[in-house]
Design a binder for this molecule. Structure first.
Ligand code: URA
Length: 430
């Protein structure tokens, strides 16, 4: 089989067979097919798309390129959750203890941040001593004994996705629905979840900029889940401004503590509770959204959620006392208040731009192996819909860098009248 024939076939819009898909995925992982051929093929896929069968086959070819995790040693329906990536997106850290508090096992495999979007593993590592490199045995034991565990992706899980993702990043082929869907779903299938809840972000800080595109991506992933016999629900949530008030690693942990303590921002709390409720429904243990949402509010009000977060920190090697003394988390040397140059209502905060500012301050990586500064980040004092006076503080930049050249004000737009309330949840696709 010649790769050039596969490229030509896709170039003119024909569907690829399972054999052809497996051939190029395996050949690429073994180093037998060069980057330039896979780049050309992925650009052809970008323009011509793939049908449902091709996407399911590509997903399974990624899964079969490496090891898979067997979670059958854990009792009950194991639920996982995945976000397509956002700014200030700390939802995973909120829903793990919340859903586990309902007695539903949460076996969460998470990644690190890259570019303007953050990653759960980096955020957790802001807690001194927190271990994310658990062996499969310890991971399973923690879920069995405590109902929850979080682990970083093992090196050998879906290596084909890892390789092609890096190539897509530099060849303009990231924002392709079949390629994103197979990339995300392969990781979820390989990590052994029975049920999957997908947080599909839409807006300025997301890969999918329009609701129409986000809907297509969500439907595509739900279809893959269905064809591979995994209960899958996708929730399209808003990413037209950063989620909550905190962007960065240590400061996002502080905000998680606030949400689980019942003092969270409205957008963050609504999105987290909606996702947690659908995780409970996907597990089969709960059925009705409203009553599940109500029970989650109870779990927060009773203090059970915050106790569960302490348990998670403790079993993975961190000091649970930080929940009561969040100032013990890494703190930056400089806290720079940015004053508003306008009087009026905030009408827009460019999430991607804020993510890039946080990255510049040290909170994220420009390249895969760059070190990060857990203390760096941005606190948004005003969100869309809030009124701000001239010279009133709009946000705070936290950094250990002595010189910062950034114009965070470029992320903001203002208007004279109060904008309509934002919708946090756009659509649910089952
Ligand atoms: N997240 C992934 O894991 N893969 C993509 O292709 C895009 C976002």
């Amino acid at each position: 089989m010649r790769v050039v024939d596969i490229i030509n076939k896709k170039k003119i819009g024909h569907a690829l067979t399972q054999e052809e898909i497996e051939h190029f995925v395996q050949g690429y992982v073994k180093g037998e097919i060069p980057d330039y051929q896979i780049s050309a093929l992925y650009m052809a896929i970008y323009f011509q798309g793939m049908n449902d069968e091709e996407i399911a086959n590509l997903t399974m070819a990624y899964v079969n390129s490496g090891e898979t995790i067997d979670l059958s040693g854990i009792d009950g329906v194991k639920v996982d959750k995945h976000s397509t990536g956002g700014v200030g997106d700390k939802i995973s850290l909120i829903v793990i203890p919340l859903v586990a508090s309902l007695g539903i096992p949460v076996a969460k495999m998470s990644g690190r941040g890259l570019g303007h979007t953050g990653g759960t593993i980096d955020k957790l590592e802001a807690i001194q001593g927190f271990r994310t490199a658990l062996s499969t045995e310890e991971f399973i034991a923690n879920v069995n004994n405590h109902g929850m565990a979080v682990v970083g992706q093992t090196a050998n899980l879906t290596p084909a996705d890892k390789l092609t993702y890096a190539l897509r990043d530099v060849t303009g082929t990231v924002d392709s629905i079949p390629l994103i869907a197979s990339s995300i779903m392969s990781k979820k299938i390989a990590s052994g979840a029975d049920a999957i809840v997908l947080d599909v972000k839409v807006g300025s800080g997301a890969f999918m900029k329009s609701l129409e595109e986000a809907k297509k991506l969500a439907e595509c992933m739900v279809q893959i889940g269905k064809s591979l016999k995994r209960r899958t629900i996708a929730i399209i949530t808003d990413m037209n401004q950063p989620l909550g008030h905190e962007v960065g690693n240590a400061n996002e942990i502080r905000e998680v503590i606030d949400v689980l303590g019942g003092k969270g921002a409205e957008d963050e709390t609504t999105v987290a509770l909606t996702i947690a409720a659908y995780m409970a429904i996907a597990s089969g243990k709960y059925h009705d959204f409203q009553s599940t949402y109500g029970e989650l509010l109870q779990v927060i009000a009773s203090g059970k959620a915050i106790e569960k977060l302490k348990e998670l920190i403790s079993i993975q090697g961190g000091n649970p006392q930080i929940v009561h003394e969040p100032w013990q988390l890494p703190q930056a040397k400089h806290h720079i208040e940015i004053l508003s140059t306008h009087a009026g209502y905030v009408s827009y905060i460019d999430a991607e731009y804020i993510g890039l500012v946080a990255m510049q301050l040290g909170a994220g990586r420009k390249k895969k192996d760059d070190p990060i500064d857990y203390a760096a980040g941005v606190t948004l004092l005003k969100k869309v819909g809030d009124y701000v006076d001239l010279n009133e503080p709009l946000c705070i930049l936290h950094t250990n860098l002595d010189h910062v050249e950034t114009n965070v004000l470029k992320a903001y737009a203002f208007q004279d009248s109060k904008p309509a309330p934002m919708e946090y949840i756009h659509e649910i696709i089952k």
